[in-house]
Design a protein around this ligand. Structure first.
Ligand SMILES: *Cc1c(COP(=O)(O)O)cnc(C)c1O
Length: 425
């Protein structure tokens, strides 16, 4: 048993330890531009890897189905209180294991199978859980989607109202994964009131900005707000549900447990509490505003270097780059940029004619780069580097221009060395 208690991971499992070490190297050496990713603090990582991984705590603080939950109660109560003060709402459920599960819980709590709901179309930047035909939300419920307008590539609230009047959805969802403009929560509220719908905001992507005051809050307009905690909010991989009206408390809590989940991930709840505490500090507001400032700098630099930004810019942390004019696919751009140590994902653009496996665009985000310390100057450089790689692909086809990619890689390395990630690890 000595080895069981004492061996560290490198001794106990060299293969997994090596993969983790390589992943740390990847996060250090490449520039992370995936809009849904971030770099959590050492404290968040430590809580996630804590002894709470051993604990069963089915139920809620003070009402558990297992003994020995005193400290689990401390952790979950702190997470709830901090989430409430962070987002200025009356109730919080911090148990959803993921973003998908938090949304499933809302559906389970409020809808019957077959009920009609509205969400942003996947092709316009919506999330799978907002009614995609391959997701449970689209298979067991009746999704009606709204999209962006062809010219402006923005959501047209008149059109949202028209669709809502026609279909009378029981639930309307605002929020998405690849929409870079502000959400008019008040206008969504008015539409929901008119058709008698419950209004849900899934603020997964922008919750860090909301917490830091760099994006309008979905409260008090939305009835229920869900969010992942690992994107701009910079916590562990997980989800939360927030609301103000007590009438939702029982259905939502019952939907999470016992409706969908068993024992909550107490170690992850502990890490969420840590992340919420971080987000309550004044520095977090500065970080959130910097994310937006950096996104504007990146978008401007890409445009100056000849790339088109969908909708002409961004109001948040993310943007879609349309590569159509360069005759480069999103798939090839993702691969070429990865060869140059710039990590991003291919993404469909509105009215994309290519398949989701190919696409005509890439999605870029600034949260991870902002966390490592990049400011507008660094992001302007990143925009220039991206444009160089894309130009190489445009000239030479999918294999790109090796000389350009090598030169970009050298400049990426320089930036990464100047802004180290987890220097003490
Ligand atoms: C990321 C995301 C989710 C899903 O989160 P997972 O933790 O990956 O399940 C749900 N909704 C939106 C809007 C998201 O961006």
């Amino acid at each position: 048993m000595d080895a069981f208690w004492n061996d560290d991971l490198a001794t106990a499992d060299p293969e997994i330890a090596a993969a983790i070490a390589s992943e740390l190297g990847r996060q250090r050496d490449k520039i992370e531009l995936i809009a849904s990713e971030n770099i959590a603090s050492r404290a968040v990582l430590e809580a996630t890897g804590s002894v709470f991984t051993n604990k069963y705590a089915e139920g809620y603080p003070g009402k558990r189905y297992y003994g020995g939950c005193d400290y689990a109660d401390v952790v979950e109560s702190l997470a709830i209180e901090r989430a409430k003060s962070l987002f200025g709402c009356n109730f919080a459920n911090v148990q959803p294991n993921s973003g998908s599960q938090m949304n499933q819980a809302v559906f389970l709590a409020l809808l019957e199978p077959g009920d009609t709901f509205m969400g942003l179309d996947l092709n316009s930047g919506g999330h799978l859980t907002h009614g995609s035909p391959v997701n449970m939300s689209g298979k067991w419920f009746n999704p009606v989607s709204y999209g962006v307008e062809q010219g402006s590539e923005r959501i047209d609230m008149e059109e949202v109202a028209r669709i809502a009047r026609e279909h009378r959805p029981k639930l309307i969802i605002c929020g998405g994964t690849a929409y870079s403009r502000l959400w008019d929560f008040a206008a969504f509220r008015a539409i929901a009131d008119e058709v008698g719908a419950i209004l849900l905001c899934d603020m997964s992507h922008i919750s860090g900005l909301v917490a830091g005051g760099a994006h309008p809050s979905p409260f008090p307009h939305c009835d229920i707000v869900t969010s992942t905690t690992h994107k701009s909010l910079r916590g562990p991989r997980s989800g939360i549900i927030l609301w103000n009206d007590e009438k939702f408390t029982k259905p939502l809590n019952m939907a999470v447990f016992p409706g969908l989940q068993g024992g909550p991930l107490v170690h992850v709840i502990a890490a969420k509490a840590v992340a919420f505490r971080e987000a309550l500090q004044p520095e977090f507001g500065a970080y959130a505003h910097r994310i937006v400032e950096n996104a504007r700098a990146l978008a401007a630099s890409l445009e100056e270097n000849g790339l088109r930004i969908v909708s002409g810019g961004t109001d948040n942390h993310s943007m879609l780059v349309d590569l159509t004019a360069k005759d480069v696919t999103g798939k090839d751009a993702e691969k070429g940029l990865d060869r140059a140590w710039l990590t991003c994902n291919k993404n469909g653009i509105p009215f994309d004619t290519r398949s989701p496996f190919v696409t005509s665009g890439i999605r870029l985000g600034t949260p991870a780069g902002t966390t490592r310390g990049f400011g507008p100057a660094e992001f302007r450089t990143v925009g220039k580097l991206i444009a160089e790689v894309v130009e190489g692909l445009s000239q030479n086809g999918p294999e790109g221009d090796a000389r350009i990619e090598e030169s970009v890689r050298a400049r990426v390395s320089e930036l990464c060395r100047a802004f180290p990630v987890y220097p003490g690890m």
